[in-house]
Design a protein around this ligand. Structure first.
Ligand code: MG
Length: 379
């Protein structure tokens, strides 16, 4: 495989506005099998051992949707312009080989990436191609079949399309800008492009029905559920922080960090799903650095650990147990705050509350307890 001495980067092109697939947002940002379309594509490359780095090219309107910690560059008005922006961003990074992939192909699997890299051992450019097996027709404007086309020598194009970095940068700098893909850019520059066998499951999401098909292909092979439980005691103070939202109250919560009992329970649920212990293991309370800390740092760490292992957060459900303060009016803000930290849509996060009917320590308003459940999925 073209690994070893070669430094391979992947560029995932996510700058399109494609809304033909429905859902009101560009298809690369829609949910699919427990993650977003783009997240699936990214995971395939960032999890591949031969790939040193992954760069997302995004539309300026989508900056807020980017996953945390991902390297990204703004795209241009055309696909070719966007790819060139990605290529230029990799300049001077020692990149030998670049794989360019459409974000709308979330089902790409390691063997196809391997096949493209293998072909680049002996070629400057390589791309997956699929045979055309159906007969081909021309259909006129009235919906009438007007004729037939020979399918000999025709193939269907897929991505990732792989190139020696220097040659594709040069080719893109000479490109007209209206090319459909990078193979077209390469051919226009006179390059030979090796065809490797494509994968029928590596579909491009284009129409609404493609989501169901992609979900079937992706399947869900690994579902993990974790629970978390936390309690903090009331003490002097004039506010409490719950799920990242400061709530005025006639007491504060005591604890080493900001005592955000909601965020702690959720963080422990994510660690639990990963069999990674609890907050105390990762952020020892004996370490003075965490005194008064914003608990968002703990939640971000758990989310990053999950992401690094290829898991996406499918949903989380949090129940705060207290008589006061009243949570209901603030639950939406808490949901938004947690979703922002976790990089998921708010619809995947539930925040609710209950009293304990004045029974027990929560009933006597000695403290607040929280239960949380988190589901992580990996295909
Ligand atoms: Mg705690």
């Amino acid at each position: 495989m073209a690994t070893g001495q070669n430094r391979v980067w992947a560029i995932v092109v996510a700058a399109g506005r494609g809304i033909r697939a429905g859902g009101g947002v560009p298809k690369q940002w829609r949910s699919l099998a427990g993650a977003r379309v783009l997240d699936h594509a990214l995971a395939a490359f960032s999890g591949h051992p031969a790939i040193a780095g992954t760069l997302v090219v995004y539309h300026p309107d989508d900056a807020a949707r980017l996953p945390a910690g991902v390297e990204a560059v703004r795209g241009a008005g055309t696909r070719a312009g966007s790819v060139l922006a990605g290529l230029e961003a990799l300049q001077g990074r020692g990149v030998d080989i670049v794989l360019i992939h459409d974000a709308a192909r979330p089902c790409v699997r390691p063997p196809l990436i391997d096949a493209v890299l293998d072909a680049l051992d002996s070629a400057d450019a390589a791309a997956p191609a699929l045979a055309v097996t159906d007969a081909l027709w021309t259909v006129d404007g009235t919906g009438t079949i007007a004729g037939t086309k020979r399918r000999d020598g025709l193939a269907r194009a897929q991505t990732p399309q792989g190139f020696r970095y220097g040659v594709i940068v040069d080719a893109h700098r000479q490109a007209r800008g209206d090319e459909a893909d990078d193979v077209e850019v390469a051919l226009a520059a006179g390059l030979d492009v090796a065809a490797v066998a494509g994968d029928e499951d590596n579909i491009k999401i284009t129409r609404p029905g493609d989501f169901a098909r992609a979900e079937r292909i992706l399947g869900t092979v690994d579902i993990r559920i974790g629970n978390g439980y936390d309690v903090h005691r009331f003490g002097p103070g004039d506010s409490v922080t719950l799920c990242g939202v400061k709530v005025p109250h006639d007491h504060g919560l005591q604890g080493h960090s900001d005592a955000d009992v909601g965020m702690h329970a959720l963080t422990d649920a994510i660690y639990g799903a990963l069999a990674e212990g609890d907050i105390g293991r990762h952020f020892p309370p004996t370490d003075p650095i965490w005194k008064g800390a914003d608990s968002a740092a703990f939640l971000s760490h758990a989310a990053e650990l999950a992401r690094a292992r290829g898991y996406a957060l499918a949903n989380a459900d949090i129940t705060l147990v207290c008589e006061r303060p009243k949570i209901g009016p603030l639950a939406g803000a808490m949901q938004d705050r947690l979703a922002g930290i976790l990089g998921v849509e708010p619809g995947r996060i539930s925040v609710k509350a209950t009293t304990s009917e004045r029974l027990g320590f929560t009933g006597r308003e000695e403290g607040i307890a929280t239960l949380a459940t988190a589901t992580l999925t990996k295909r």
